[in-house]
Ligand binder design. Structure first.
Ligand SMILES: [Zn+2]
Length: 300
């Protein structure tokens, strides 16, 4: 396979190699096994736990044996999200890389730079026998994007290091001494199904910029789920609305850019349509700076 990035630069080489091996959250095993094979090939002491977390140890470079160990950390799972209509199987398809205006991108999918960049850095450091460094304990964790479950499963006895550098920053060129956290909440509600007696509608939200739920949340971008929810609630205040289907949101930490809800309503077509028109105006005004391309479409 041809390289998009310069394979003579280890950091580029390891990043690109990673994009050829599926590593979505919960499906990191192939990449976890790649790391184990890599450690064996490089003669480095390593361990792999039952979840797929991997630790690779490298002794200090000559003259630095008396220095305390440093733990480096990155997560190997990536957020798997596709452009609408894109047919990509994250369980087996490699990503298709390309460079546009100096930026590395993946065709129709997320790139996995979070946290492939950290992983590629760690492998480059481990691979370089000319660097002066203390003993290194490099931990590659799984399931970070879905609640840091991999990190939570790590055992203290894997490590001797008391100091850690986490390589999971967004933005670059900045070092932090602490970071934000997140919480994932699951709830369920019993539904009953019935045969539709009323007119059915499809409400589509699209054209939103999306972004990372942490890094871009201050940009006041539109959220397709909230927009559709507000329209449905406005309709519900006027009469009976029954939800048939909702297909929105792709990952916990991606601001939903688009989606569709299907519902039935006892309201007249004109009333439903007028409410959607009214809310389209409201949202376009609210989001005029952050998301001017919002589309809110109703079909019967
Ligand atoms: Zn990350």
């Amino acid at each position: 396979m041809d390289s998009v990035l310069n394979p003579n630069v280890p950091y580029y080489k390891y990043f690109e190699e990673m994009t050829r091996i599926p590593h979505g959250s919960f499906h990191e095993q192939p990449y976890s096994d790649y790391l184990v094979a890599w450690a064996k090939e490089h003669g480095l002491h390593h361990l792999q736990d039952e979840m797929g977390n991997v630790v690779i140890y490298k002794p200090a470079s000559a003259g630095h044996e008396d220095r305390p160990a440093v733990l480096l950390q990155a997560h190997i799972d990536m957020v798997c999200a596709c452009d609408p209509g894109q047919d990509h199987d994250f369980r087996k398809d490699p990503l298709e890389l390309y460079v546009e205006d100096g930026w590395l991108r993946a065709k129709g999918t997320t790139l996995g730079a979070d946290d492939g960049v950290g992983v590629a850095y760690m492998l480059s450091i481990l691979d370089d026998d000319t660097l002066p460094h203390p003993p290194l304990e490099c931990v590659f964790t799984v399931q970070e994007e879905v609640g840091c479950s991999g990190a939570a499963n790590l055992k203290a006895e894997y490590f001797t290091a008391k100091r850690m550098i986490g390589l999971d920053d967004v933005g670059g060129g900045t070092s932090y001494v602490t970071t934000a956290g997140s919480q994932i909440i699951e709830f369920s509600r019993q539904v009953t199904w019935e045969k539709g007696q009323q007119k059915g509608y499809r409400l589509s939200v699209s054209g939103l910029k999306s972004g990372h739920s942490g890094v871009d949340i201050d940009k006041e971008r539109g959220n397709a789920i909230k927009i559709a929810g507000k329209v449905l609630f406005a309709l519900l205040k006027q009469g009976d609305v029954r939800l048939c289907d909702a297909d929105m949101g792709s990952a916990d930490n991606v601001i939903p850019s688009h989606g569709t809800v299907i519902f039935t309503s006892a309201l007249s077509r004109e009333q439903v349509s007028a409410t959607v028109d009214q809310y389209r105006e409201i949202f376009l005004q609210q989001l005029q700076w952050s998301d001017p391309d919002l589309k809110l479409e109703l079909s019967e």
